[in-house]
Ligand binder design. Structure first.
Ligand code: SF4
Length: 227
């Protein structure tokens, strides 16, 4: 099963394996940091002017990111909801509050994570994004991934899992199980919105965020929890 998932884990729609980027171990110099910041600003502008799919029609804002521009942990959800569309930031509604509580509880700080979604504009009536919308948005997510350079990826919910891995196995079966590919560590987890509907699964999400936190320590990207 894990092998099958590893073989399928490729979120690039244009042939290049998004997870095939070179891992960097050196801390960037100030000049490199400045250049990275500038590239990220250009990327955000590109997103804000995008009208590649029909989701551009009804949006109030293009919802690109929150957290840190460069972070060891990338958290990827499905798409913006009403509150996110109004504020222009991902995971700021009730789901975002649940996520923030978990991140704080596991001592994952804002500078440690980068949050985004599979699509950057709100699907009407909070429906799941259509495959063609995801494909149009995929190059932006690929660019974002290459700029942020995470090592650990938390996929929040079935839609994020399906479109990131191209695997249609239900999230209940795959959550909590690491997928390792080319030095990147991917953890599928329940979406916080699901936890709000079924609080009995909250412990599962707690465990999966905790697993991501421990992996960041193991990779020496964050201090040990008891340090
Ligand atoms: S969802 Fe993505 S591809 Fe579609 S308009 Fe928004 S930014 Fe562009």
């Amino acid at each position: 099963m894990a092998e099958r998932l590893r073989a399928k884990t490729d979120i690039s729609g244009e042939g290049a394996d998004l997870l095939g980027q070179q891992l960097e171990s050196k801390k960037p110099s100030s000049a490199q940091q400045y250049e990275a910041d500038e590239l990220f600003r250009q990327f955000v502008s590109q997103c804000e002017s995008c009208s590649s799919c029909e989701l551009a029609v009804e949006r109030n804002n293009v919802v690109v990111w929150r957290g840190n521009i460069r972070a060891p942990l990338m958290i990827i959800g499905e798409g913006p909801g009403a509150e996110e569309d109004m504020q222009g930031r991902p995971f700021v509604g009730r789901s975002g509050q649940v996520l923030d509580q978990l991140l704080t509880a596991w001592d994952i700080r804002e500078e440690n994570f980068h949050i985004c979604n599979i699509v950057k504009c709100r699907p009407p009536e909070n429906r799941a994004p259509k495959p063609e919308e995801v494909e149009k948005c995929r190059p932006l997510l690929t660019r974002q991934f290459n700029l942020v350079k995470p090592r650990v990826i938390l996929l929040m919910g079935a839609t994020a899992y399906k479109y990131f891995t191209h695997d249609t196995t239900g999230i209940t079966k795959v959550r909590g199980k690491w997928i390792e590919k080319s030095g990147f560590w991917i953890m599928p987890a329940f979406h916080p919105a699901y936890i709000l509907r079924d609080p009995r699964r909250k412990n599962d999400l707690w465990e999966d965020v905790g697993a991501a936190r421990r992996k960041l320590s193991e990779l020496k990207l964050l201090p040990d929890l008891d340090a």
